[in-house]
Write a protein that binds this ligand. Sequence first.
Ligand SMILES: Cc1cc2nc3c(=O)[nH]c(=O)nc-3n(C[C@H](O)[C@H](O)[C@H](O)COP(=O)(O)O)c2cc1C
Ligand code: SF4
Length: 482
Amino acid sequence: MSLWRPPERIRHLPEGGHWPTAAEAHASRLFSPIAYGPLTLAQRTWIPAMVPWRASDDGSVTPRVIEWYERFALGRPGAIVLEATGIRDVPSGPLLRIGDDRFIAGLRKLVERIRVASGGQTRLFIQLIDFLPIRRRPDPARFICEFLVLTERHRQAFGAPGADDAEIRAWLNALPHAELARVLSPREFEALEFGARERVTDVELAHIAALPQSLPPLFAAAARRARLAGFDGTELHYAHAYTMASFLSPLNTRTDGYGGSAEHRLRLPLEVYRRVRAEVGSDFALGCRLLAEECIVGGGGLEDSTRFALAFAGAGMDFLSLSRGGKFEDAGQPKMGEAAYPYTGRSGYECMPSYYSDARGPFGRNVAPAQSLRQILRTQGFETPIVVSGGIHNFEQAESVLVDGAADIVGLARQALADPDWFAKVKAGRGTDVRLCRYTNYCEALDQRHREVTCELWDRERLDEPGIARSADGKRRLSAPR
Ligand SMILES: Cc1cc2nc3c(=O)[nH]c(=O)nc-3n(C[C@H](O)[C@H](O)[C@H](O)COP(=O)(O)O)c2cc1C
Ligand code: SF4
């Protein structure tokens, strides 16, 4: 499934702009420290969470996971947020997990290696995620003959009382597509076309109805393990297409006090935060990633996110990291046998904008919303640090985000992947040596296929280097050359 692109298809090239001398970098805001409660960074740079698909099939840290983060740590950014890590003890493919104490040892080793690689200069946080089950897009005949639960709706459409299930299924299977869209319920048709996906509003399912009871202890136990493993803090994943963001969304129409009004939508995210805080204490950095704007029809905008940010700051969060978009609601149709992917639609573009863009371009699309949100936070007396990311790649951009008051910390995800030494090079006055990200989203396409994420600017370089780790097909190196 290809990623959505703005129809204007205006090509934007990243530019290095003016790189600072070492003295200018030293005097800059970007390379100045920040301290807010337990959040203490040596510089205001941040590598936001990126799933590299290097964990084992049971969700454990592997040597490849360690190499991936060690490589980032060598560049000595202010902070690295470890990839979205599952809080439940359920199989989730090669996605890192922290849903049981047996995961602590591997994570502790990872933390220790990062401390060494960064010379203790980089703070390390872990992003904690919960997500709801999603199925792959099924083969239509199998869906109709095996998975579809026949209901009165189908029987009535068939129109012959007393018909047996096999007859009805055979009839459905032979129906033209447009007719099937009429006969199946919207959710059934979606399951056929995209694969079935549970939502926080499916309260007829007991485990969905019980999320407000089950999630706070799950998040709290995961954060306790993160602390035991030696992390400096935890980022609660309240963004993109996942459970907590879905609670915050206006599309959450639950009527049990956890949906509907903004106040009710906020309730579970606040309850999760409080439970986690009670577990880890006040000297462990605890914040969340949330969406400045959902960027979908009927989704939340700045008014909502500002309200949420005020509530989270008031409750005592130590940082708020702003992202945008990345939702299932506008995701493209997956190929048969594949699962829908929340970064393939327009909102996905807003989350990870690529170089073919509209007139606004892919660089810093979240900066103006962040500025507006942060300004309100400050006028209400909250000093909670704001992290912003999205298309930031050169020093001038990063510095102006801080100087203009749009954020307190600057996130560089794909730029850090393109050149993990960005931070060290720019700080040393060697910005002209930076390998600039071209925002091609080659890395993102690998992520979508759950293949080891690499950057096309370096993954075929010096493949003969002794001892380097390669992708499963042997064609790509897995970490950037030194
Ligand atoms: C390969 C890849 C994996 C990502 N995984 C996550 C993730 O686990 N959690 C998350 O919040 N964002 C994830 N993101 C989004 C990034 O953190 C970031 O918000 C986005 O790439 C925009 O920032 P950038 O323009 O600096 O890359 C991922 C991005 C990429 C490219
Ligand atoms: S593959 Fe490399 S250049 Fe392309 S978007 Fe990803 S990090 Fe940037």
